[in-house]
Design a protein around this ligand. Sequence first.
Ligand code: IVH
Length: 680
Amino acid sequence: MQLSLLENSDPRMDAEKRVSELHTVLEYHNRRYYQLDAPEISDAEYDELFRELAALEEKYPELVTATSPTQRVGGAPVGRFRTVIHRMPMLSLENATNGEEIRTKLDARIKKELGLEDVAAVAYMCEPKMDGLAVELIYEQGELLVASTRGDGITGEDVTQNIRTIRGLPLRLTGEGVPSLLEVRGEVYLSLESFQKTNREREENGEAPFANPRNAAAGSLRQLDPRITASRPLSMFCYAPGLVEGATFSSQHEFLTAAAGWGLPVNPLARRVEDVNGAVAYYHEMQEARESLPYEIDGTVVKVDSFLLQRELGEKSRSPLWAIAGKFPPRQAETQLEDILLSVGRTGVITPVAQLRPVEISGVTVSRATLHNWDELAAKDIRIGDTVVVERAGDVIPAVVRVVTTRRTGAERTIPPPQFCPDCGSAVVRIADEVALRCMGISCPPQIRESLKHFASRGAMDIEGLGDKVVEQLLSLGLVRTVADLYRLTKDDFMRFERMGDKLASNLLNALEASKTRDLARFVFALGIRHVGQRTAKTLAQAFGSLDNIGNATVDELTSVRDIGATVAQSIFTFFATPDNRTVIEQLNELGVCPAAVAKTVGGPLSGRNFVFTGTLTRFSRDYARKLVEDQGGNVIGSVSKKTDYVVAGDEAGSKLIKAREFGIAVIGEQEFLDLLEVH
Ligand code: IVH
């Protein structure tokens, strides 16, 4: 493409025009290459155009825009992802595990609900269920503005920079009728080829390979350094609208067609079928096609095609009533069980693990599988030397399903449950009401190792760089025994490691320092109290406000907190009543690890404000609204009184609205509510 330059024209203006042209041309070729698999120019020609753009941008930095193709290579690393609140919650799907369940759990139920039992057929849109992770893209005036992960469905993480690296995704929508606002959801995935390449590279660098393409995609998307994301060619298919302004669609089919028309990648295997028979046939067809697809799918998704019917059917809190995921059965393979190993976990539980003759299941080599516990081992009569069926489903750890008894030779051996810990030799006990065997040694090395890893992990103290390898070396050099010891480490200690440079050691020390001020919820989770996951830790932090308060609470006080039952309360109480645990916490405090206390009522901007919802909400569900209010410290109450601060009125609001007017309480609509909460 040449530009006819006018003589004596302004070079700055020419540059601006050329930059804009190059955007269009490069994006056009990106689409030909990545989406349509039909490039029109050679890689060298593409690179030349790209370099031309980069040179112009270097000369005129003010011409660099967020949607420039040069921005796809990944900018500077970010410290942490910003949180994004989804304006409409991102739901998940109910599962069907075979074709028949698509009939019973979707079609029959829908027809009953709609009173269509023996009348008409319901038409469906069928799509492959991509095994990746869901993201939401926001295009405003056709420009990609924000991209976020699904997260918990209500809030996700801002991964815009990383999403921009996906070449098959337009940074700018093209074509007819581009809406002023388009929120679109889809699945980010890694092709099998990229997955294998990523794992080869990881192994060459001495890193642990990803267990499956989904984990690899998630790991790449959640990279704080977009340049790493750019080096792992992610892809995406769009499959659902979020909030849209400036365009309407009457069906899923129409939506997908429009989306593809605007340049968005849509799976070409998506197909509209006339009735449930078509949906079941599609499910079986895809199950066969699965083996030859260049990416991983774990089922099909069947959606009522008509948006009118979708609206009529509505949704439950977590999943819509108008769609279902038809999951494929897990893939299995036969191999030989070579040995049964004992693995000691963070809480001392001793799990039998199968060591297998390596076998490939859907592109991943499996050489270990869980045997769950000793009861299961006995029930399935699994013996060393057996030929076994191994199964890999999604991201769960591979499991031994059964023994192929016809292959027994008589040379197989059973092994009894251990009486002593294989690592520290302490006594093993079986706690009443539990199937697990547990090592009771307090200085059992694998327990310490797992506790340290947990403490440093991303959801806990998030100590960057303190992964498996570093923990192993710390333990083998005898540098740490408890989590408190981590904060006593010096640069010299780290310098004793193999392959440790000055920079890496400083980074680790900085990461440790930064972790000292993590919030209370993370700290509580990091302590590794049995039964206390991230969610319970958060509940505890909010209910008690400080570690002292949690540690001094009685079992009764603990159980009085919403969502905390007797077992969990007892476990928390026992943890803090254990002198060793108290000592470690005191040491942590002395070393400056002081989680910030939180105000009990979460002193958010809506602290003390009371909201009432009335009428039919169309933009978001009540659960979603409640979560938004509570996250900012406010309350949602059932009826209007003088204490009510806001009444949020949806369609056809009735008596509550009248009452609100009587009391002179502010009545706001859904948009005003979102504005008030600054949800964008
Ligand atoms: S539709 C309310 N379509 O499956 C509708 N989801 O189990 C929500 N997924 O979180 C999703 N391929 O990550 C839809 N063609 C597809 C999909 C798909 C994969 C994932 C998605 C979602 C999960 C639900």
